[in-house]
Design a protein around this ligand. Sequence first.
Ligand code: ADP
Length: 349
Amino acid sequence: ETTFSESERTAIRSPGNGMTNHSSMEINQLYELNGVQRFDDLRKIPRNLIQLKHPLGEGAFGIVYQGTLKSNSEYLPVAVKTLPGCILAESEVDFAAEAVIVCKFHHPNVVQCFGVSFDASPKYIVLELLAGGDVRTFLRRCRSAVDHLTVTTLELLDIVVDIAKGCQYLEQHHFVHRDIAARNCLLTSLTSPRAAKIADFGMARDVVRSDYYRRHSSVLLPVRWMPPEALQEGLFSTKSDIWAFGIFLWEVLSVGCSPYAGLSNQEVIHFVTNGGRLGAPSHFCPPELYDLMRKCWTSVPADRIRFSDVIQTLLGLMGVSSVAAAKVPDEMDSPLPLVQTETTLNTTN
Ligand code: ADP
């Protein structure tokens, strides 16, 4: 039974939503969430230290604001996720689950959580401000002549190295993200120097509730970022995060194209499970980088490259003059090209 939405996440019934299908890594993840870091351990921020300025966007629960957090005599710029007062108890648990997840991590390439303010309505999660917005919007703006934003190949590689480092950190903490994609990575700044950070833990949060506590619900799944074993069996692991990272790499090197454009979600599922893969993203993409994507997309999960090797490869390529010299075209506001569909015959799967 499959239904589709316009968004990048698709409502399909998660094929592996029975308890027995979960890997021990996922059970660990749940254990860690419930056992090691609890909501009570989160830093509580007095409401009078937080000032909201203007809206940045709309999240799954409510509006996300730019604001300040008074810390000693300083005012730190922050992003504040809000949960409106008139909301289902279920959403409150989800919102708290997101705070627990994001506050666990401390890494330069994962968004930092300063704490929560839950003792007044609306409830707040206070995050470091990532003023450059999400990577997908940034890339789409670089394509357009209107914005006068430009980016070099080395700057694109800085972004992907940052996110690979964030992913490696999550892997070291046995955390499966499940939704690595350009829309979920944010930038500190639109202009260089900038850092990229993993900033949306919505899928991991939904898993904690949907798969474990609401076993028969449909969850929205990012099918275009999912490997065959996730599409077919609902198996998510660091290996599925590596696959999604490969799609992210493709999104960045195509400067914001949509993966498998021209195929419906159902066609993507059929294509990928039958060995089909995205083609090289654009004429300026150095072949070495397309090779790296293909190593993220092997059918057999155990054969996929590891994040540590991805980082090493990327850092090595940044020193290769032909890669560094690849020029991102100045203007790409022509219609986005359809993807080259290439079917890889793979008899092992
Ligand atoms: P949700 O996961 O609840 O759907 P998101 O994380 O997608 O919410 O946030 C919604 C919007 O708020 C996005 O447009 C994003 O750009 C913006 N946003 C979220 N967190 C930050 C942050 N730390 N800094 C700047 N903007 C942010």
